[in-house]
Ligand binder design. Sequence first.
Ligand code: URA
Length: 235
Amino acid sequence: MRIDKLLSDMGLATRSEARAACKAGQITVDGVPVKDSSSHVDPGKRRIVFRGREISYRKYTYVMLNKPEGYVSATEDSKLPVVTELLDGELRRMELFPVGRLDRDTTGLMILTNNGPLAHRVLSPKHHVPKVYRFTAAEPMADGVEEHFRDGVTLADGYECKSALIELDPDRMGGFITLTEGKYHQIKRMVASTHNRVVTLERITFGGIELDTGLARGEYRMLTPEEIALLEKQN
Ligand code: URA
């Protein structure tokens, strides 16, 4: 594969950065500087070093998106915009899909990948991947909500939620909720069970991966190797 594609797939450099890095002698293949970023290399067979760091090529791609409101967590929809439309052409061709769903009006951390088995694993109810949400409510949250969430809320349809952690702001108009499962409209329904209503909802962590505060809504970046390792070790 092309050197510039390899680097951009891995989120290490854009194609133009790769071109400049090659010109500056910052990329070597088996110790030999590569001057042309369009040269081909077999990452399985060659030792590629970029800016002093050896690269181990990954088969899969992982993107962190700061989801804006108004986008459906899907790869296609007959009427509404979908999160994958926010990706540029090259990433779109990789057929990434969102790992789990956020409601259309929920914002924040969304991971997209083309690693189906990993997505399946982290979403499986057998794995209890923690997710933290920042929310605001229409009214101050009721007294005792911490215990109510901790003991497992029973939703209007009879579903018994797993224990959840809620940490309230001093004015009780919002705070943080940690879930280890992901049922449809779960937080909205849990808050509704206290005769209150969610006004805004943003996911800020997923399995220990934190939303990058440098990303504006609608922006994205590749996951770092450390973040990918966090995803891979979820159990
Ligand atoms: N809970 C909700 O109600 N909505 C989301 O998007 C995520 C969690």
